[in-house]
Design a protein. Structure first.
Ligand code: FES
Length: 180
């Protein structure tokens, strides 16, 4: 099942402030579970698809997954925690990844990550308090010859310097003018 992106945004808005799963989130989680639960090795496809739809894995969903797969909640939590790819908190509106693999490190990725972390006051796997940015490490973006590389949402960008990063931030925070 594929929900359109605007539907996903609505789901995110509804669930961000909710302590429990919203009805829309629960519907999505149950639909994904139903789609995979009788397949062998269903857990990882379920986790990937829920994260694809919701942007993260709400911990409130673990009990539903555990029930369906006849596993314990702790087992689900263990798998989620094992893979850095899985998020347990809602991502920021802009998702930033910095490549930490060898080729980018040889081209200045360490200095770049220090700059970005200090600039955003964020460590890896954190989201800013205003929900604007999430910062994640990544290990190769297939752009090794042009390091240091970052992904900003869906776009891979090479040769990122502090100056270029500042321009990227400007672009992310600039709202298009609405002329009526
Ligand atoms: S090592 Fe950074 S893109 Fe490949």
């Amino acid at each position: 099942m594929n929900r359109p992106l605007d539907s996903r945004s609505a789901l995110l808005t509804q669930a961000d402030s909710a302590a429990a799963l919203t009805p829309a989130y629960k519907e999505t989680v149950l639909a994904v579970i139903a789609h995979h639960q009788h397949s062998p090795g269903a857990l990882l496809p379920i986790l990937h698809e829920i994260q694809e739809h919701l942007g993260y894995l709400p911990p409130q969903a673990f009990a539903l997954i555990a029930d369906a797969l006849r596993q314990t909640r702790a087992e689900i939590q263990g798998v989620v925690s094992f893979y850095p790819h899985f998020r347990q908190t809602a991502p920021g509106r802009s998702q930033l990844q910095i490549c930490r693999a060898e080729a980018c490190q040889a081209r200045g990725a360490r200095a770049l990550e220090q700059y970005v972390q200090a600039r955003l006051k964020l460590g890896y796997h954190q989201t800013s308090a205003d929900q604007e940015y999430s910062l994640e490490p990544v290990y190769c973006l297939g752009n090794c010859a042009c390091g240091p590389s970052m992904r900003v949402n869906d776009e891979v960008i090479g040769r990122v310097t502090p100056e270029r990063f500042e321009r990227l931030l400007d672009e992310l925070t600039t709202q298009p003018l609405e002329i009526s």
